[in-house]
Design a protein around this ligand. Structure first.
Ligand code: G3H
Ligand code: ZN
Length: 281
């Protein structure tokens, strides 16, 4: 169909009171798997490439972005390209040229004042380049200068602080700390859906859930029903891919063609994304 702006997919989620999946791309096979699952479900999806993934590709933004954009353009459903967890300001300025329509600026580990100032500056640069920008509030109440990641265990986003943060930074969406954590390989997270509802009522920007790999299906659905509009998933694909590669290689010691195990891994990742898409309203 088309490479569409992330803002369009998120606006669609807002309209239907659901959530769009934003899934991490590390290799070409990830992008293919995600788009295949989205096509099978007939649902649009966000391909997101993290700054860490760019680092994995030697710090070069363009090759993996071009691969993602090409797969997106050929997809039978709307797909967007999002640059995730950016801490390097120069990447914000380069994103649009590399076909991204959105960025997530991650100043969450910085003291609150610095997070505000740097995020506000990143938002100005992003908007000047036509980009939609998401950010995260990195600390919760009490200790305004304590650097705590929004996704550290036990951290929660305070609705009042979030409202002030959004109005002072001018971001288009907010990643909130409501009980999920990054890189969980077991789906044992317990979300505070009451807090999601209070954040939704207080803020006039869409809410984003990070670390969704560790969230069970019923809670993902409840989170979307409570007000989460973008659901970020990464680790679950790593789990599916690695498990599949291990199994294929263990089954045949003579195997040397990488297509054999990468095809199976791609299929496994696609299954994981398909399951996610079937859960989100
Ligand atoms: O921004 C990306 C997501 O927050 C991924 O988190 O790897 O824990 O699913 P996850
Ligand atoms: Zn994240």
């Amino acid at each position: 169909m088309a490479l569409v702006p992330t803002a369009e997919l998120v606006a669609g989620a807002v309209r239907r009171g659901g959530a769009v999946a934003a899934v991490n791309v590390v290799t070409l096979e990830h992008a293919e798997a995600i788009c295949a699952a989205a096509e099978a479900a007939g649902i649009g999806v966000i391909l997101q490439i993290s700054e860490n993934a760019v680092r994995y590709h030697g710090g070069r933004l363009e090759p993996i972005a071009a691969a993602g954009a090409a797969v997106a353009r050929l997809a039978a459903v709307p797909v967007s390209l999002h640059l995730d967890h950016v801490t390097d300001d120069t990447l914000v300025a380069r994103a649009a040229e590399a076909r991204f329509s959105s960025v997530m600026y991650d100043a969450g580990a910085l003291p609150h004042g610095e997070n505000l100032a740097r995020t506000a500056r990143a938002a100005r640069v992003a908007h000047a380049n036509g980009l939609w920008i998401e950010a995260e509030l990195g600390h919760v109440g009490g200790k305004p200068d304590a650097p705590r990641s929004a996704h550290a265990a036990g951290v929660r986003t305070d609705p009042g602080e979030a409202e002030e943060y959004v109005s002072r930074t001018g971001v288009d969406a907010l990643a909130v700390a409501v009980g999920s954590r990054h890189a969980m390989t077991a789906r044992t997270a317990l979300l505070d859906t009451g807090l999601i509802g209070r954040l939704r009522d207080r803020l006039d920007v869409p809410l984003v859930l990070h670390g969704s790999s560790g969230v069970p299906d019923d809670q993902l659905r409840a989170a979307a029903e409570a007000g989460i509009r973008k659901v970020n998933v990464g680790t679950a694909l790593g789990v599916a891919m690695t498990r599949s590669v291990r199994a294929v290689l263990a089954g045949d010691e003579t195997l040397v063609d990488p297509r054999t195990y990468l095809a199976a891994a791609r299929e496994a990742m696609s299954g994981t994304v398909g399951q996610l898409l079937s859960v989100l309203p």
